[in-house]
Design a protein around this ligand. Structure first.
Ligand code: ADP
Length: 499
């Protein structure tokens, strides 16, 4: 990999940061403790700005505002079409500010500026529009019941919801949670990851401009153990939605159980297999595998971190893959030539490098990469291991970085067994021209998504979430809308002669 250090775009310099405070009940405020924390630019490891640090007390204030907006405010009561109108305005405002928001995600998370501007940001506007279209189509059923009784179901918003989101897709994760919750008529508290609060605060500002009533959408930056835990254990939050690591997901579920038994939805880690069969176009398959692991520098829970290749094409596939990895351009995310920016933060950077060392120590063959790049920031070479045993740590743990493990298999049955040999079940991919192989494998893999002859293909209407220890509950699609609704049965006698 080569390090490109261009700064071709004017926003490559740190743009002026307009919003650094907590957003509660429609206004930006300091935290009650007065505490602040640093958000860091992973390109340089330098501090961008200090952000107000929300703690339990601030979460309490935000929950009171959200509760009042839910119990007494207009949002849950207005017709769905009125909520939709505001959500559509919100989407337009996001598109109008795409460059500025993309720059915030690029400096805060090390994401490729052009991908954010042309990918993430239009995508979040589309997510808002998708759910805006659903806001006036939420309805229950009529129930025939018996000769004397009739009933109907109401789909009611679940109430005040907490969203705890990660740092790898600060914009897409924000709207994956917020959009269906808004459509359902919920009010909410969002805690962005401590590494990436900047775009979330910008979205709070746009929400207000769009006309979302005060108290409906509150954004509280802060740390997981304090602000995050205050959300999952809160007695007056009705549901919590989380995307992040499996370890933290477990803590959130426990906190929810120990407090008010709020339902949780968890989108957790993955160790996703991509299976390449002998009849694949080797060049295209190698490209797919590489993008599957290197997109967003491997910081994506559906990364193709285990690539299983059938023995007939293994040698040639391996050669192509390594060639392509060596030509991959790592560097400043504002440089249009760059394909991979820095890892999100120091902790992540060190964790990835320690997994690479572990892989080497356990006897896997390092085909390419394995080292940091440059003398500042958190850049890591695209890294490929071969001769990986299924029980090695690098084959089992989610590394969340640009590290791919290659495996060889003979038969379909062996491929299915290897693919399922993981505690995770988020995504899987397969490349073949044989329809029977595609049908058999896609039904045999225990994961929430299977991509056939593609990878990382997303859509607002395609539910996204895990089997096994990758969690439960779905983002996107109408399945996600239903997380924010609950069903009430209303029953009445048809004719009550005693009255
Ligand atoms: P990573 O380990 O990759 O940083 P995490 O799962 O720790 O990812 O973080 C995802 C989100 O969960 C972040 O917003 C983080 O602040 C939050 N978080 C971390 N620990 C907790 C916790 N104990 N309770 C609630 N939220 C938490």
């Amino acid at each position: 990999a080569t390090l490109s250090n261009g700064d071709a775009h004017p926003l490559a310099k740190i743009p002026s940061i307009k919003f650094t405070k907590l957003f509660i009940n429609g206004e930006f405020r300091d935290s009650l403790s007065g505490k602040t924390f640093e958000t860091v630019d992973p390109r340089t490891a330098e501090v961008i700005v200090r952000i107000a640090e929300g703690t339990k007390e601030d979460i309490d204030v935000a929950v009171k505002a959200a509760r009042d907006a839910f119990d007494n405010g207009p949002w849950p009561r207005m017709p769905g079409v009125a909520r939709a109108k505001i959500m559509l305005k919100f989407a337009d405002l996001i598109e109008e500010n795409a460059e500025e928001i993309a720059a915030l995600d690029a400096i805060d998370a090390g994401k490729i500026y052009n991908f954010c501007k042309n990918g993430d940001i239009p995508q979040v506007a589309a997510t808002l529009r998708y759910y805006a279209g659903a806001a006036d189509k939420i309805h229950g059923q009529t129930l025939k019941m018996s000769r004397d009784l009739q009933g109907y179901t109401l789909m009611e918003p679940i109430g005040v919801v907490g969203h705890i989101i990660p740092w790898n897709f600060p914009s897409i994760m924000f709207f994956a949670k917020v959009s269906p919750a808004l459509a359902a008529g919920c009010t909410m508290i969002i805690k962005p990851a401590e590494q990436t609060p900047l775009s979330a605060l910008f979205y709070a500002h746009l929400a207000k401009l769009a006309g979302i009533p005060d108290g409906v959408l509150n954004v509280i930056p802060g740390f997981g153990a304090t602000a995050g835990a205050a959300i999952s254990s809160h007695m007056d939050i009705d549901a919590v939605n989380f995307t992040g690591s499996t370890e933290v997901g477990r803590e959130i579920m426990q906190a929810a159980a120990k407090s008010n038994l709020k339902p949780v939805s968890l989108e957790l880690g993955g160790k996703s297999p991509l299976i390449i069969f002998d009849d694949a176009d080797i060049d295209k398959a190698a490209e797919l595998a590489l993008i599957g692991i290197l997109f967003n520098k491997g910081e994506i829970c559906v990364a193709s971190s285990r690539v299983l290749v059938q023995e007939g094409i293994y040698e040639e596939f391996e050669k192509k893959l390594v060639e392509k990895a060596k030509a991959w351009v790592v560097g400043d995310p504002f440089d249009p030539k760059v394909q991979q920016g820095p890892q999100c933060d120091k902790k992540q950077f060190e964790k990835i490098l320690s997994y690479i060392e572990h892989g080497k120590r356990q006897g896997a063959t390092l085909l390419t990469g394995g080292k940091p790049i440059g003398d500042k920031g958190y850049y890591i070479e695209p890294t490929i291991f071969a001769d990986v045993k299924e029980n090695m740590l690098i084959a089992q743990d989610e590394i969340f970085g640009p590290v791919l493990c290659l495996f060889k298999f003979k038969t379909i049955e062996e491929a299915i067994k290897m693919a399922n040999n993981t505690r995770y079940g988020l995504a899987a991919g397969l490349v073949t021209k044989n329809i029977d192989t595609a049908n058999t494998v896609s039904r045999s893999i225990r994961s929430g998504i299977v991509w056939i002859n593609c990878y990382l293909a997303f859509g607002n209407d395609a539910p996204y979430g895990g089997y096994k220890m990758s969690g439960f509950g779905r983002d996107f699609g109408l399945d996600a809308l239903h997380k924010y609704l609950q069903v009430k049965s209303v029953v009445t006698p048809i004719y009550n002669s005693s009255w």
